[in-house]
Write a protein that binds this ligand. Structure first.
Ligand SMILES: C[S@@+](CC[C@H](N)C(=O)[O-])C[C@H]1O[C@@H](n2cnc3c(N)ncnc32)[C@H](O)[C@@H]1O
Length: 383
């Protein structure tokens, strides 16, 4: 993997690159991390990269030209460009896994008051590392690089990150090391028993207990699955492309949980109130032939989430169309029109089941209107 970081403060990365796992990954040739100071690309005679905001207001805004040109110098066919911004999608472990499969990441670090909005048009994603504002994008770039690099095969033991928190939407189990008794605080007996089955079960139970207590949001029902597919404890079920998974029903006082395993390995644990069981469906999601996760969600919730996701994607398309309106390069116009087509297909394939035919038709009509308005304005411009 290659990571290029566009920054005004490349020296900040010197220590980051020369220590611990990141250094090891670089030495092993698993990753190349370059910094690119976009000030070097400024066409201003004083190498200025920022200016005052149109409309007034505090702070300085990063200009398009140095960043566009710096990006052009590092961007390739296979690059994924990420803009670091507190307004981006909140970063999580799932995104780290996805990014670890990319060949080339470009991380764009902002500073001062932020970026000229038009810079977003040349970025594929906008990511935030949390709901707080930092001085610059350098620490977020390090956070993303660190979390991604440790997931590149061969950098650390796969087993150690498979057990990390957030896999299967669960927090990690408690761990202990020597001595057995520290100032009267004892290691749980089960961990000293040598019985691997018992230890595995204890750890799974603890993961569930800790997640329920500390981060119930991680295991709240999320997807719509076929209720008919559920069978009683221990029986095997077959749904769509999900083969040979075992669903065990766990009951406690308030909740009903489904523990889903494949080949004895824990795939997911889902929890919900039995009274709400009606309207839930179960469905597997398979990638490269293996199950990645199984989630259970209430229909009404899935409907809301689907609409929210679609709205976000249409906003992104509208922004791209607006930018392309002033673009003279015909290739770029064609590209944005192709994006609109792809978006329609994606919405039909992904969301039809969740939002129903009527809603879907309305949404497709809206996208068609956006595109026709764009084509009409574009024709007026060029005349
Ligand atoms: C002071 S911030 C600008 C904040 C901007 N005015 C706003 O409120 O959205 C400067 C830069 O730091 C980076 N940054 C700050 N907080 C961040 C966060 N939570 N996640 C990712 N990047 C962040 C971004 O690159 C941002 O452009």
């Amino acid at each position: 993997m290659k990571i290029d970081i566009l920054t005004l403060f490349p020296e900040m990365f010197d220590g980051f690159k020369s220590e611990s796992i990141i250094k090891r990954a670089i030495d092993l040739g698993k990753v190349t991390i370059n910094t690119c100071n976009f000030r070097d690309f400024s066409e201003d005679k004083h190498k200025k990269v920022d200016d005052t905001p149109y409309g007034g207001g505090a702070g300085m805004v990063l200009k398009c030209q140095p960043i566009f040109d710096a990006l052009k110098s590092v961007k390739k066919e296979n690059s994924k460009v990420i803009l670091l911004s507190p307004q981006g999608v909140p970063y999580n472990q799932k995104m780290a896994y996805e990014l670890s499969k990319e060949e080339h990441l470009i991380l764009v670090c902002g500073h001062y008051e932020g970026f000229d909005e038009r810079i977003k048009s040349v970025c594929d994603e906008e990511i935030s590392i949390g709901d707080y504002v930092l001085t610059g994008g350098e620490l977020p770039a390090m956070v993303i690089t660190d979390s991604v690099v440790r997931l590149i095969p061969g950098v650390i033991d796969e087993e150690s990150h498979l057990n990390d928190s957030f896999n299967n939407n669960l927090l990690d189990y408690p761990t202990y090391t020597k001595p057995r008794d520290y100032n009267g605080m004892k290691v749980p007996e089960v961990l000293l028993s040598g019985d691997h089955e018992k230890i595995k079960k204890w750890r799974e139970e603890k993961q569930l207990e800790i997640t329920k207590e500390k981060r119930p949001d991680l295991i709240k029902p999320r997807f719509v699955l076929k209720k008919e597919g559920l069978k009683k404890s221990g029986r095997r079920i077959k749904i769509d492309d999900v083969k040979d998974i075992k669903v065990t029903i766990i009951k406690d006082n308030k909740n009903l949980s489904y523990k889903v395993t494949k080949e004895e390995k824990l795939v997911a644990i889902t929890i919900f109130n039995p009274k709400e069981l009606k309207g839930y469906k179960l469905k597997g999601k398979s990638k490269d032939g293996g199950i990645t996760k199984i989630l259970i969600v209430k229909k009404a919730f899935a409907f809301k989430v689907a609409l929210k996701n679609i709205r976000k994607k249409i906003d992104v398309l509208a922004n791209r169309l607006n930018t392309a309106l002033f673009e003279i390069d015909e290739d770029k116009t064609r590209k944005v029109l192709a994006e609109a087509e792809m978006l329609k297909q994606m919405i039909i394939n992904t969301y039809q089941d969740y939002i129903g035919k009527e809603r879907l038709d309305g949404i497709i009509k809206n996208i068609n209107q956006l595109v026709s308005e764009f084509v009409r304005s574009k024709t007026l411009h060029s005349n």
